[in-house]
Design a protein around this ligand. Structure first.
Ligand code: ADP
Ligand code: MG
Length: 218
Protein backbone atom coordinates (compact mmCIF):
# COMPACT_ATOMS: atom_id res chain seq x y z
CA UNK A 1 0.00 0.00 0.00
CA UNK A 2 1.12 3.49 -0.81
CA UNK A 3 -0.68 6.57 0.48
CA UNK A 4 0.16 10.15 -0.36
CA UNK A 5 -2.30 12.80 0.80
CA UNK A 6 -2.95 15.24 -2.04
CA UNK A 7 -3.51 18.08 0.42
CA UNK A 8 -0.09 17.73 2.04
CA UNK A 9 2.46 20.27 0.79
CA UNK A 10 5.43 17.95 0.84
CA UNK A 11 3.82 15.10 -1.10
CA UNK A 12 5.22 12.83 1.59
CA UNK A 13 4.45 9.11 1.41
CA UNK A 14 2.55 8.34 4.60
CA UNK A 15 2.60 4.70 3.55
CA UNK A 16 5.27 3.62 1.08
CA UNK A 17 4.82 0.13 -0.27
CA UNK A 18 3.69 -1.17 3.11
CA UNK A 19 2.79 -4.86 3.05
CA UNK A 20 1.30 -7.12 5.68
CA UNK A 21 -1.05 -10.06 6.15
CA UNK A 22 -3.33 -10.23 9.18
CA UNK A 23 -4.82 -13.66 9.69
CA UNK A 24 -8.38 -14.46 10.69
CA UNK A 25 -8.88 -14.89 14.41
CA UNK A 26 -5.63 -13.18 15.33
CA UNK A 27 -5.02 -10.08 17.39
CA UNK A 28 -2.44 -7.71 15.95
CA UNK A 29 -1.13 -4.55 17.60
CA UNK A 30 0.07 -1.60 15.52
CA UNK A 31 2.68 0.56 17.21
CA UNK A 32 4.25 3.73 15.88
CA UNK A 33 4.79 7.31 16.93
CA UNK A 34 2.10 9.91 16.39
CA UNK A 35 1.86 10.79 12.69
CA UNK A 36 3.44 7.52 11.53
CA UNK A 37 0.35 6.46 9.60
CA UNK A 38 -1.56 4.10 11.92
CA UNK A 39 -4.92 5.80 11.46
CA UNK A 40 -4.27 6.09 7.75
CA UNK A 41 -3.74 2.33 7.54
CA UNK A 42 -6.89 1.53 9.55
CA UNK A 43 -8.96 3.93 7.44
CA UNK A 44 -7.68 2.26 4.28
CA UNK A 45 -8.45 -1.23 5.59
CA UNK A 46 -11.97 -0.15 6.54
CA UNK A 47 -12.50 1.35 3.09
CA UNK A 48 -13.21 4.79 4.54
CA UNK A 49 -10.31 6.05 2.41
CA UNK A 50 -8.54 4.72 -0.70
CA UNK A 51 -4.79 4.19 -1.16
CA UNK A 52 -2.80 6.05 -3.80
CA UNK A 53 -1.75 2.62 -5.04
CA UNK A 54 -1.81 -0.95 -3.86
CA UNK A 55 -4.57 -3.33 -2.85
CA UNK A 56 -6.42 -4.47 0.25
CA UNK A 57 -8.00 -7.90 0.36
CA UNK A 58 -10.38 -8.95 3.10
CA UNK A 59 -11.25 -12.59 2.63
CA UNK A 60 -12.19 -12.95 -1.02
CA UNK A 61 -13.01 -9.28 -1.47
CA UNK A 62 -10.63 -6.82 -3.06
CA UNK A 63 -11.85 -3.82 -1.09
CA UNK A 64 -9.85 -1.37 -3.20
CA UNK A 65 -11.75 -2.45 -6.33
CA UNK A 66 -15.15 -1.52 -4.82
CA UNK A 67 -16.85 1.83 -5.37
CA UNK A 68 -17.61 3.99 -2.35
CA UNK A 69 -21.15 2.72 -1.83
CA UNK A 70 -20.05 -0.92 -2.05
CA UNK A 71 -17.24 -0.22 0.42
CA UNK A 72 -19.78 1.28 2.83
CA UNK A 73 -21.99 -1.79 2.53
CA UNK A 74 -18.98 -4.09 2.95
CA UNK A 75 -17.92 -2.17 6.06
CA UNK A 76 -21.41 -2.30 7.59
CA UNK A 77 -21.49 -6.02 7.15
CA UNK A 78 -17.99 -7.18 8.04
CA UNK A 79 -16.16 -4.48 9.99
CA UNK A 80 -16.53 -2.97 13.45
CA UNK A 81 -14.60 0.20 14.28
CA UNK A 82 -13.68 1.51 17.75
CA UNK A 83 -12.48 5.12 17.74
CA UNK A 84 -10.34 7.06 20.19
CA UNK A 85 -13.12 9.58 20.84
CA UNK A 86 -15.92 7.01 21.05
CA UNK A 87 -18.00 8.75 18.30
CA UNK A 88 -21.32 7.95 19.94
CA UNK A 89 -24.36 9.83 18.62
CA UNK A 90 -25.35 12.23 21.43
CA UNK A 91 -29.04 12.40 20.53
CA UNK A 92 -29.48 8.61 20.69
CA UNK A 93 -29.68 6.59 23.90
CA UNK A 94 -27.01 4.04 24.75
CA UNK A 95 -29.21 1.20 23.46
CA UNK A 96 -30.08 3.11 20.28
CA UNK A 97 -26.40 3.77 19.58
CA UNK A 98 -25.63 0.05 19.78
CA UNK A 99 -28.73 -0.94 17.78
CA UNK A 100 -27.99 1.53 14.98
CA UNK A 101 -25.53 -0.59 12.96
CA UNK A 102 -28.04 -3.45 13.09
CA UNK A 103 -30.90 -1.31 11.89
CA UNK A 104 -28.69 0.04 9.09
CA UNK A 105 -28.16 -3.59 8.16
CA UNK A 106 -31.93 -4.11 7.95
CA UNK A 107 -32.37 -5.98 11.21
CA UNK A 108 -35.87 -5.35 12.63
CA UNK A 109 -35.93 -2.72 15.38
CA UNK A 110 -37.12 -5.08 18.09
CA UNK A 111 -34.46 -7.69 17.35
CA UNK A 112 -31.81 -4.95 17.11
CA UNK A 113 -32.72 -3.67 20.57
CA UNK A 114 -32.69 -7.16 22.01
CA UNK A 115 -29.19 -7.74 20.68
CA UNK A 116 -28.09 -4.30 21.90
CA UNK A 117 -29.40 -5.06 25.38
CA UNK A 118 -27.58 -8.40 25.48
CA UNK A 119 -24.29 -6.81 24.41
CA UNK A 120 -24.65 -3.90 26.83
CA UNK A 121 -25.27 -6.41 29.60
CA UNK A 122 -22.04 -8.14 28.53
CA UNK A 123 -20.02 -4.92 28.80
CA UNK A 124 -21.53 -4.18 32.22
CA UNK A 125 -23.96 -1.47 31.14
CA UNK A 126 -27.22 -3.40 31.26
CA UNK A 127 -28.70 -0.78 33.57
CA UNK A 128 -27.83 2.20 31.36
CA UNK A 129 -29.82 1.38 28.21
CA UNK A 130 -31.98 4.51 28.28
CA UNK A 131 -29.25 6.94 29.29
CA UNK A 132 -27.76 9.40 26.83
CA UNK A 133 -24.00 9.17 26.20
CA UNK A 134 -23.22 12.46 28.01
CA UNK A 135 -24.39 10.88 31.28
CA UNK A 136 -21.64 8.25 31.02
CA UNK A 137 -17.96 8.39 31.98
CA UNK A 138 -15.28 8.03 29.28
CA UNK A 139 -14.72 4.38 30.12
CA UNK A 140 -18.46 3.68 30.00
CA UNK A 141 -18.78 5.47 26.67
CA UNK A 142 -15.98 3.39 25.23
CA UNK A 143 -17.70 0.22 26.46
CA UNK A 144 -20.83 1.35 24.59
CA UNK A 145 -18.67 1.93 21.52
CA UNK A 146 -17.24 -1.59 21.86
CA UNK A 147 -20.77 -3.03 22.08
CA UNK A 148 -21.69 -1.02 18.98
CA UNK A 149 -18.63 -2.26 17.08
CA UNK A 150 -19.62 -5.86 17.86
CA UNK A 151 -23.38 -5.47 17.34
CA UNK A 152 -23.56 -6.68 13.74
CA UNK A 153 -21.17 -9.56 14.50
CA UNK A 154 -18.40 -8.33 12.17
CA UNK A 155 -15.50 -10.62 11.28
CA UNK A 156 -12.95 -7.83 11.66
CA UNK A 157 -12.61 -5.26 14.43
CA UNK A 158 -10.43 -2.20 13.87
CA UNK A 159 -9.55 -0.15 16.94
CA UNK A 160 -7.75 3.18 16.65
CA UNK A 161 -6.15 4.08 20.00
CA UNK A 162 -9.28 2.99 21.88
CA UNK A 163 -7.74 3.94 25.24
CA UNK A 164 -6.11 7.16 24.06
CA UNK A 165 -8.73 9.22 25.83
CA UNK A 166 -9.03 7.18 29.04
CA UNK A 167 -7.02 7.13 32.24
CA UNK A 168 -4.60 4.23 32.53
CA UNK A 169 -6.63 2.00 34.84
CA UNK A 170 -9.89 2.51 32.94
CA UNK A 171 -8.06 1.99 29.67
CA UNK A 172 -6.64 -1.33 30.85
CA UNK A 173 -10.06 -2.59 31.87
CA UNK A 174 -11.63 -1.50 28.58
CA UNK A 175 -8.86 -3.21 26.60
CA UNK A 176 -9.19 -6.41 28.60
CA UNK A 177 -12.91 -6.44 27.86
CA UNK A 178 -12.43 -5.79 24.15
CA UNK A 179 -9.83 -8.54 23.87
CA UNK A 180 -12.01 -11.00 25.82
CA UNK A 181 -14.99 -10.35 23.56
CA UNK A 182 -12.89 -10.66 20.42
CA UNK A 183 -11.19 -13.84 21.61
CA UNK A 184 -14.37 -15.59 22.70
CA UNK A 185 -16.04 -14.90 19.35
CA UNK A 186 -12.97 -15.75 17.23
CA UNK A 187 -12.88 -12.36 15.54
CA UNK A 188 -9.89 -10.67 14.00
CA UNK A 189 -8.63 -7.59 15.85
CA UNK A 190 -6.26 -4.95 14.57
CA UNK A 191 -5.49 -2.26 17.13
CA UNK A 192 -3.38 0.88 16.97
CA UNK A 193 -2.23 1.78 20.45
CA UNK A 194 0.50 3.40 22.52
CA UNK A 195 -0.15 0.99 25.35
CA UNK A 196 2.87 -1.32 25.51
CA UNK A 197 1.13 -3.29 28.29
CA UNK A 198 -1.03 -4.81 25.59
CA UNK A 199 1.85 -6.30 23.62
CA UNK A 200 2.07 -9.59 25.60
CA UNK A 201 -1.61 -10.22 24.84
CA UNK A 202 -1.18 -9.91 21.08
CA UNK A 203 -0.44 -12.61 18.50
CA UNK A 204 1.57 -10.18 16.36
CA UNK A 205 3.04 -6.72 16.73
CA UNK A 206 3.81 -4.43 13.81
CA UNK A 207 5.58 -1.10 13.94
CA UNK A 208 4.63 1.58 11.43
CA UNK A 209 7.71 3.58 10.59
CA UNK A 210 8.88 5.56 7.55
CA UNK A 211 5.83 4.37 5.64
CA UNK A 212 6.64 0.70 6.17
CA UNK A 213 5.22 -2.05 8.34
CA UNK A 214 7.74 -4.11 10.28
CA UNK A 215 6.74 -7.13 12.31
CA UNK A 216 8.43 -7.09 15.69
CA UNK A 217 9.29 -10.14 17.76
CA UNK A 218 7.02 -10.58 20.78
P1 ADP B 1 -1.07 8.25 13.32
O1 ADP B 1 -2.47 7.71 13.39
O2 ADP B 1 -0.01 7.19 13.35
O3 ADP B 1 -0.82 9.31 14.34
P2 ADP B 1 -1.99 9.40 10.80
O4 ADP B 1 -2.29 8.27 9.92
O5 ADP B 1 -3.13 10.10 11.43
O6 ADP B 1 -0.89 8.96 11.89
O7 ADP B 1 -1.19 10.49 9.97
C1 ADP B 1 -0.05 10.18 9.20
C2 ADP B 1 0.40 11.42 8.47
O8 ADP B 1 -0.55 11.76 7.47
C3 ADP B 1 0.54 12.67 9.33
O9 ADP B 1 1.65 13.40 8.85
C4 ADP B 1 -0.74 13.41 9.08
O10 ADP B 1 -0.58 14.79 9.26
C5 ADP B 1 -1.04 13.07 7.65
N1 ADP B 1 -2.49 13.05 7.36
C6 ADP B 1 -3.41 12.25 7.96
N2 ADP B 1 -4.64 12.46 7.46
C7 ADP B 1 -4.49 13.42 6.50
C8 ADP B 1 -5.40 14.07 5.59
N3 ADP B 1 -6.68 13.76 5.57
N4 ADP B 1 -4.87 15.01 4.74
C9 ADP B 1 -3.55 15.30 4.76
N5 ADP B 1 -2.65 14.74 5.58
C10 ADP B 1 -3.10 13.80 6.43
MG1 MG C 1 -3.98 8.05 14.72
Amino acid sequence: LTKIYEASQSGRHVLDNATATFRAGEFTVLLGRSGSGKSTLLNLISGIDLPTSGDIWIGDERVTALDEQSRTLFRRRYIGFVFQFFNLIPTLTVAENVALPLELGDVAAREAHQRAATLLERVGLGDRLSDYPDRLSGGEQQRVAIARALAHDPALILADEPTGNLDEETGERVLALLIDLVRESGKTLLMATHSLDIVPLADHVYRVTEGHLHEEPL
